[in-house]
Ligand binder design. Structure first.
Ligand SMILES: CC(C)(COP(=O)(O)OP(=O)(O)OC[C@H]1O[C@@H](n2cnc3c(N)ncnc32)[C@H](O)[C@@H]1OP(=O)(O)O)[C@@H](O)C(=O)NCCC(=O)NCCS
Length: 180
């Protein structure tokens, strides 16, 4: 599995991958249709333009298949959330594995790679935010040792959406064991 950092030249492909992953992940069981539809390909492109700008300090990773297509991606950086940034210094900003590639260890590998980066920066704790109805992602975070540290309602285009924050107090437990 090839995990590498995203580059500005990846803008079109990562925007398309995010658009696809968003529709694969969020059915109206998880989020109101208006919220799902509010994120167009153009909006993802604008978002990734900001993410991949030289001034952006976050660490953006992707996984490619043998044909060189992006099949998964994740971002890691400083936790800027005033609720818990003194206790949890890092944040996993997003993680998506396209449906055809799920359940094959890709998500764990991305978390390990992102954690390795944070630990190298001296950051040993982390949070992630997740829509509360996204039960599979919640179970994934719990399986990796995350604990719910906060619940809130966030406004998404006029809809109030429940969101959990999961926290890891010591992300060194997520690092890949040495010599394996
Ligand atoms: C959640 C997600 C990132 C997990 O990635 P993945 O590649 O499917 O997961 P992996 O195959 O790496 O699984 C790693 C471990 O977690 C476990 N796991 C994964 N999903 C799980 C679930 N829903 N319930 C329980 N355990 C789960 C696996 O069994 C595996 O265990 P092991 O390593 O101890 O054998 C991926 O399914 C995904 O992208 N989902 C849609 C997007 C999404 O919801 N992103 C989160 C938004 S906040």
């Amino acid at each position: 599995m090839l995990i590498r950092q995203l580059k500005r030249e990846d803008l079109d492909e990562i925007s398309a991958a995010h658009f696809k992953a968003w529709y694969e992940t969020y059915s109206p069981d998880f989020l109101p249709l208006k919220v799902i539809e509010s994120m167009t390909l153009e909006k993802w492109r604008e978002s990734w333009q900001r993410n991949l700008a030289p001034c952006n300090q976050d660490h953006h990773l992707c996984v490619q298949n043998n044909a060189g297509e992006i099949t998964a991606f994740a971002s890691f950086g400083a936790n800027l959330d005033p609720q818990n940034s003194d206790e949890f210094l890092g944040r996993m900003l997003r993680i998506y594995v396209l449906k055809d590639y799920q359940g094959q260890g890709v998500g764990r590998a991305l978390v390990q790679a992102g954690t390795e980066h944070l630990v190298k920066q001296g950051i040993t704790s982390m949070t992630v935010h997740v829509v509360e109805a996204n039960t599979p992602a919640c179970r994934f975070y719990e399986h990796l040792g995350g604990e719910v540290i906060f619940h809130c309602l966030v406004d998404r285009v006029g809809y109030s959406i429940g969101e959990f924050t999961y926290g890891w107090r010591d992300i060194r437990s997520l690092l890949k064991p040495q010599n394996t």
